[in-house]
Design a protein around this ligand. Sequence first.
Ligand code: AKG
Length: 300
Amino acid sequence: MISEFAVSAKSSDFEENAVRRLEHDGVVVITDLFEEQIVRQIALDSERVMSTPSSRGSFGYIAKDPFKRLYDGFLFSEHTASTVAHLSIISIIEAYLQDNILMTECLLKRDLGTNLTYFPYHRHTGTDLVAATNNRFGCGVIYYIHDTEEGAFCYVPGSHKLPLDKDITLLSESLECEELSREIRRVEGNEGSVVIFNEAGWHGPEQPVTTPRTVILSGYQSKQSSGNKTRTEMPILISNIRELNSSQRDAIGFSSDSRAKYADYHIRRRSESLLERIHRYCVIGEHQLSKWKKRLRTWE
Ligand SMILES: O=C(O)CCC(=O)C(=O)O
């Protein structure tokens, strides 16, 4: 499957071509960037965490709602950091945004294909940034864990150049919704390809669909626009950064602050349901019982 937005990393001038695509369409798919063995390992690592829900802190996915499974992007695979912070990705986005860049967030997401729409088409207007003076403040980065057609990321090519109205973030609220909806294109990609898109353009996952799809969602913003702050605090395993050079470390936030706390990141934040409260009391009760059993045994 070859996307109309694809640029192969096998061509010598691919970084320049990718920047040109971003300038023209606002979106590009980079193919053939990573070693096959790394791509396979990331897919296996994602399968491992996505196959079991976390329970009492065990290794497993976060199930915030019935539509998707989530996990911290840097915590499920030792290869995430060198992939989403690949030097070519950094250099393409820096050339496009004309600034040093800083990662926004990094998460693993499996949309389950529930045939429902829960993440509508939208654009980011930069209202959470300190200085977004034009439409080039940030780029989303989506790594496809498997060949992705139905349920792929979608984009309205050229929409990154449209004036931003800070009050309108959903496509359905835009006066040009009908015309723009006709221009939405599926940005397909093979396993291991990476979509880079200007976040000021209209975009979102194709929904409703019945096919599940798994991606690593990440992105970068201009350091100046973000005030050198990531969107959220990101957890990472120390041993997984050994191969990153100083510019990669800098780009993922080693010398930066954050706009939001780890505990407040949307994948962790939600109100407790009645069932979860009952479960919590059962766990506390079970532990009390075990303590008493142990005490009784030592009295005998
Ligand atoms: O899941 C996707 O394909 C798109 C994610 C997205 O729209 C976003 O992170 O803003």
